[in-house]
Ligand binder design. Sequence first.
Ligand SMILES: C[S@@+](CC[C@H](N)C(=O)[O-])C[C@H]1O[C@@H](n2cnc3c(N)ncnc32)[C@H](O)[C@@H]1O
Length: 498
Amino acid sequence: MDNWTEGYVAEIDYAQAYYAEMAPAHLSFALLLNGLRPPVEAGAGFAYAELGCGQGLTSNLLASLHPGSRFEAMDFLPSHIAGARRLAAECGSLNAHFSDDSFAEFASHDGADFDIIALHGVWSWVSAENRRALVQILRRRLKPGGVVYVSYNCLPGWAAHMPIRQLLRQHVETSSAPMEERIGNALRFVHGLAEMDSGYFAQVPSAAAHLNGLDGKSDSYIAHEYLNRDWAPFYHADVARDLAAAKLTYGASATLFDNDDAWSLDAAAQARLKATDDLTLRETLRDTLSYRRFRRDIFVKGPQRLPAAEREALLRATRIGLCVAAGEVPHTVKSPCGERPVPVELIDALAQGPQTLDHLAQGDDFAETLRAVVMLVGEGLAVPLPGGDAAERCPGAQRFNAVVLRRNRYSPDIRQLASPVLGGGVIVGLVERLFLLARLDGADPVVFAWSVLAERGKRLRRGGEELVSAEDNLAELGRLYGAFESGRLPLLQGLGIA
Ligand SMILES: C[S@@+](CC[C@H](N)C(=O)[O-])C[C@H]1O[C@@H](n2cnc3c(N)ncnc32)[C@H](O)[C@@H]1O
């Protein structure tokens, strides 16, 4: 039945998630790396919109950390917006506004302009008509100099696996059972076809691997990723052409490694790219030669190229912070072209707390230091910090974290807590979150964590074996708490989370 959902899967809410690439400081860093002026000056307030925000966790978390900025997020599923509003109200975030407008409704009314508009996981999952409404919003509501973050499934990386989505979608449509049941049946059906190993599955061996990759995925992910009526991967050139109607020009990828050919391509491929002057064709070649299937593009309304010296000065002033303990940083990082060493001195310096790139580069070649920092950020081990003072971000972060930790008493859905030091979200494991909640409430962390896990019918595992008795689980939690106290807790305290 087609109604206001326009063929979008409305039966299951989307997962709660925070995306670090959508943080203003990350977008600015990516643009600076590509020599472009960021949309807002470091430390200044800004207006941020999120279109198709799902459960709104990214906007809520960022709003708690940027009290001087305005966040407006929308999504047409009312259950998403009811949850997002409740979280904002509980956190006391007066700067976060959520509406259950559709894209067409949002496009039809005026309002204040934005410095940044973000759409994550939206462009490939809606109809051409809705993409036109999105372009209209970008055209009317983005300030000159403002940026758009838009992620989408891309070609040619998706080409070989599109039939899997088609088969799942068609099979789900043959039944009116509850969505969870239909998803299970559809997966079994397509697995059965793969096992026959003929036709498509014989000709495209990676198709079975793609299908197997869905096995551990949640129903929510499969529903929203694969089962909407409208779904399409795009060439970058198509997206760039559509967004040109909103006066937007491609600026950089928020997936930092995608900007760096030396990271992802061999020498012959790099030479081929250098010989290609057309910037849009160059992106298509990048996607072809590295066989990407997902892009996180940053488009700019009126990009301003920075003089080289100003770019370097702004980069040198950027502060970088580790989001993991120094001991958790690996010695090498795997790139598509081989292992890259992580400089020990860099990690030693960052272990003392966030540092400016200028400080990190002292005595070293700046370009080398920058490359190593990009590697850490690209791997999710470090983040660029927003300007301004961590102390200003503390009250909002503390309220956000207390609310999220209390929710963990009943539901483990939100995994990220807000770090006022980093100005972004940090993933904290379930058991760690229960330990933190117990400490907040003055309870015994081990006894409390076990009471919650036992209530949910959960058991811990050790050496691959499930621990059955309460005594064994309590003993294991005691061991985990000891490790937490000496390992992760000091890190979380340093990040202003605990
Ligand atoms: C794949 S989800 C991504 C959600 C979120 N951005 C994230 O990545 O966590 C796409 C979102 O777009 C919303 N959406 C789809 N069509 C829409 C429309 N016509 N108007 C407003 N929101 C829409 C859905 O409700 C859904 O939450």
